[in-house]
Design a protein around this ligand. Structure first.
Ligand code: BG6
Ligand code: MG
Length: 219
């Protein structure tokens, strides 16, 4: 049977998590508070407006809807300025090799990202051409851990969720994949990736054979 790979973007294919963190931290500092890297871990995979809500909550700051939209727009402006300077060098280890091998094996590849900036990032880093389908924050309403983004990704490549495997660096994303009935490869550290079927440090640690075995329940 055909299988498909659904990739998260930030923190799996490219190292943009550091830019998100910088921009959110600057916003919090302007509002007079700070948050830790451990707290930042909870923002990964979470969409822009929900991330802002969580940060304001941590700082004990309340803002109305209009102010929230303005703050989020300001953060995004700063973030876009940073990612506009990205290059192909910022593609994470093992990514190109794996995408090439998947293509050669006839395995469908889709993006399943919460980001509304995925188009810019994929262009800047030369990754766009690998994808059979792109589903990102512009196409979904529910934030991970809701499975919407991955269910739409699977549908876009014409595959059942059970025939798809998700690659995620965030706990919210791992949960989204599980909620959607998909296998998950966690990328990063085990303790931030509870429930993942396997955890790798980066994409250089996983092969096409392992992926096929995992989807076919041979692992
Ligand atoms: C996810 C990131 O990929 O995209 C989150 O892990 C981010 O940190 C979310 O908030 C939304 O990104 P953007 O680019 O639409 O603000
Ligand atoms: Mg991510």
């Amino acid at each position: 049977d055909k299988i498909g790979c659904l990739f998260d973007l930030d923190g799996v294919l490219v190292d943009t998590a550091v830019y998100h963190y910088k921009a959110w931290k600057a916003l919090a500092n302007r509002l007079g508070f700070d948050f830790t890297e451990a707290q930042n871990e909870h923002l990964k995979g979470v969409n822009r407006m929900r991330s802002l809500e969580m940060i304001l909550d941590w700082g004990g700051v309340s803002k109305n809807e209009e102010e929230q939209l303005e703050l989020a727009a300001g953060k995004n402006e700063e973030y876009v300025e940073m990612i506009s300077k990205m290059t192909a060098e910022e593609v994470l280890p093992g990514t190109l090799q794996l995408l090439e091998q998947l293509k050669a094996a006839g395995i469908k590849i889709a993006l399943g990202s919460a980001s509304k900036n995925s188009g810019l990032i994929l262009e800047r880093t030369n990754l766009a051409h690998y994808f059979d389908a792109i589903v990102d924050g512009n196409h979904v309403t529910a934030s991970k851990p809701d499975p919407e983004v991955f269910l739409k990704g699977a549908a876009a490549i014409g595959l059942e969720p059970a025939h798809c495997i998700v690659f995620e660096d965030a706990q919210a994303g791992v949960q989204a994949a599980i909620n959607g009935g998909m296998k998950v490869v966690g990328v990063g550290q085990q303790n931030n990736l509870q429930g993942a079927n396997i955890v790798v440090k980066d994409l250089s640690e996983i092969s096409v054979t392992q992926i096929i075995d995992l989807v076919n329940d041979k692992v």
